[in-house]
Write a protein that binds this ligand. Structure first.
Ligand code: HEM
Length: 404
């Protein structure tokens, strides 16, 4: 056993047992961050904070929510919204955070794509990030079931139906997932468990993996420049902070993160108090009714692009295209054949690929919200084909980039 001295202070007592000084160094004051990055690199911390907001507001909602098909709707729309003091505030905070977290996730993902932050050495950051994306999607979907309104019920019906795998008609799997022939009590209880326990725990673990994966390759920078972190850290510690290419995570970079987080919070609470309606579908203010199908069933805005990839095709092809859209982003580090880590603006054909992909996903999102009729369904079909085509050409254009 290690040698323990009589402690001179509480700090010293803890330090001898938990090595808090070393921990602080590794996680904060000697965690080195490149100087050459901008506000987009604060999005990761904004995400971590939004997740914390979701956890805290979720705990308050959990105190009054009833996971029972006869009580769930009223427990949300009557008890929480009208009876409990400030219940409406916690609900709006939770709903707005659930929507905005996806906006930030997309900005964070596209920043990574633009600057090539998924390439050699950083693949595990990307893969753990994509696992977080999937976990957040499952968390959002399971949460959407809980108010047990019309959209909860019918979205639950449509999404679980996908597991019958089209013409294979594996209805047994759908019933197994639902625990019944249609979404009912077993379904609600399961999605409640997933939403408040299993998926949040998985997200916490994945955030830890994502942060750990950042430790060795370090974050990328605006120029994609590689440098020796140990050398730059020594330069910084020797007092030559101006010449060094790095700064400390805490308090230096963290203070910049906090500035961006504060701006985000102003925007966030503006939405919570004045624009919360965008995060709540009016159809979901009608209680679930298995005998009354809503005129249009569509998901929340953040799932619309992948929904629109499913919709324009026949049943089976649509399912394959949808499955493709769900997994293809995982493969980005392996489909991009160029090892040139640089912003897209300096990568020739990839620059065009990036902007076409971004605009295409915005078009898919817009079309996903509109009824699949006339010109909208044609635009949706073209945009879905462009999405698939872009992934097919990626290895070729990045090979050309390598030769150039
Ligand atoms: C709630 C979920 C997430 C949290 C809390 C989170 C957190 C972070 C943090 C703190 C950083 C370092 C600073 C920064 O670049 O912002 C980071 C970097 C990164 N994240 Fe995430 N992230 C999440 C989701 C994702 C997703 C969905 C992806 C995409 C697949 C992703 C991909 C990346 C990449 C590639 C980097 C490295 C950036 C660089 O090297 O410049 N992350 N993340």
């Amino acid at each position: 056993m290690a040698h323990f001295e009589k402690a001179t202070s509480v700090h010293d007592w803890l330090n001898q047992r938990l090595a808090i000084e070393k921990f602080e160094k590794v996680m904060m004051s000697e965690y080195w961050i490149p100087k050459n990055i901008n506000f987009l690199w604060a999005m990761g911390m904004v995400l971590a904070m939004t997740f914390a907001i979701l956890l805290v507001s979720g705990i308050f909602l959990l105190m009054y929510y009833q996971p029972n098909v006869d009580l769930a709707f009223d427990s949300v729309n009557y008890t929480i919204m009208q009876e409990v003091g400030f219940g409406w505030l916690w609900r709006h905070v939770h709903a707005v955070a659930a929507s905005v977290v996806f906006l930030i996730i997309y900005i964070h993902m596209f920043t990574g794509i633009y600057y090539g932050s998924y390439k050699k050495g950083r693949e595990m950051i990307w893969i753990s990030g994509m696992l977080l994306f999937v976990a957040f999607s499952a968390e959002a979907f399971s949460g959407y079931m809980l108010p047990w309104g019309q959209m909860s019920y019918w979205a639950g019906m449509v999404i679980t139906n996908l597991f019958s795998l089209g013409s294979l008609e594996l209805n047994g799997i759908v019933e197994w997932i639902r625990g019944d022939y249609v979404p009912a009590q077993a379904f609600l209880t399961r999605f409640f468990m997933l939403h408040v326990l299993l998926i949040p725990v998985a997200i916490l673990a994945l955030i830890a993996v994502h942060f750990y994966a950042l430790r060795f390759p370090h974050v990328n920078n605006l120029d994609g420049e590689f440098f020796d972190y140990d050398e730059q850290a020594e330069l910084y510690k020797s007092g030559n902070t101006r010449a060094s290419k790095v700064i400390r995570f805490a308090n230096d970079f963290l203070s910049k993160d906090m500035f961006v987080m504060s701006i985000f919070l102003i925007f966030f609470f503006y939405l919570v108090f004045w624009q919360y309606a965008f995060a709540m579908d009016p159809v979901n203010f009608d209680p679930a009714d298995g005998l009354k199908t809503p005129a249009h069933i569509y998901p929340e805005w953040y799932f619309l692009w992948s929904y629109e990839i499913l919709r324009p095709f026949s049943k089976d092809i649509g399912l394959i295209a949808f499955g493709f859209a769900q997994v293809i982003f995982f493969l980005l580090p392996f489909l991009d054949k160029s090892d040139n880590v640089a912003p897209a603006s300096r990568r020739g054909p990839f620059k065009i690929w990036f902007w076409v992909m971004l605009v295409d996903m915005i078009v898919l999102t817009a079309m996903g919200k509109l009824p699949p009729e006339g010109i909208f369904s044609t635009i949706g079909l073209v945009a879905a084909l462009v999405f698939i085509g872009l992934w097919v050409v990626l290895p070729f254009i990045t090979k050309i980039e390598k030769k150039l």
